[in-house]
Design a protein around this ligand. Structure first.
Ligand code: ZN
Length: 239
């Protein structure tokens, strides 16, 4: 049976980045669990480095990878920067061969097909930000083919909203490309049992996500009102 190890970045005392009151560690766990669910629906064994909000050393994540010997390893993260920065990035080892590079391109293409806000051209990269010859710990120390996915910027309102709203679709996109990579035929499954449940619904039970969503709704209302005001002025002037 094929096996994939999924690593929700950070956890416990390590929040990772924060945006709009939401912690990266929590979003990473939601995304990792969604990917695991999609892979299990395809008959792939999915193992997580953490199942809940607990601290876990990078070395322990790698020790688990050595023990489990998965077919591939995926670390889930979110970026942080100025509010204007947006887009997803996949990081592979600085010396990743073409097989891994093409796998990363395939994952990115599937993610792009779902759609996300981006202001960056580069989407798949080797090495480490600003240092192509160094590597993320999880890409450097893993034995299996690995990648680290930055599922958008938690500091960008659109990306965070997309992470919440389209979590299941992104997870499916990753699962599709992973199945192709490990030679498992991907079948459109009837999704999550009830065919309807998605991350957006379960995330809304989190008060912080609810607050963020309310903020987004308020912003849309403000934009609508501004538009209506402008239209009123235009109509007035054209009278
Ligand atoms: Zn992170």
């Amino acid at each position: 049976m094929s096996k994939v190890l999924i690593d929700p970045g950070h956890g416990g005392i390590d929040d990772g980045a924060t945006g709009f009151g939401i912690k990266e560690k929590d979003r990473n766990l939601v995304m990792a669990k969604a990917i695991a669910r999609e892979l299990r629906l395809q008959g792939v064994q999915a193992v997580l480095t953490r199942e809940d909000d607990k601290s876990i050393l990078l070395a322990d994540r790698i020790a688990l990878e050595h023990k489990e010997k998965p077919d591939c390893f995926i670390s889930c993260h979110m970026d942080a920067a100025a509010e204007t920065a947006s887009g997803m990035t996949i990081w592979v080892h600085s010396k990743a061969d073409n097989v891994i590079w093409n796998w990363a391109l395939d994952v990115m293409n599937e993610l792009k097909a779902v759609g996300f806000t981006t202001n960056r051209a580069q989407s798949v990269s080797r090495g480490y930000p600003g240092s192509p010859s160094s590597d993320y710990y999880v890409n450097r120390e893993t034995v299996s083919p690995s990648m680290l996915i930055e599922f958008g910027f938690i500091t960008n309102q659109n990306n965070l909203n997309e992470h919440i709203e389209h979590c299941t679709e992104y997870a499916k996109a990753v699962a599709k490309a992973v199945c192709r990579f490990i030679g498992v035929e991907y079948k459109e499954a009837n999704s999550d049992g009830d065919g309807k449940s998605n991350c957006a619904a379960c995330c809304r039970t989190c008060p912080k996500v609810e607050k963020f969503q309310q903020g987004m709704d308020a912003e849309r209302t403000r934009a609508d009102q501004a538009e209506a005001k402008l239209q009123y002025l235009k109509d007035y002037l054209n009278r």
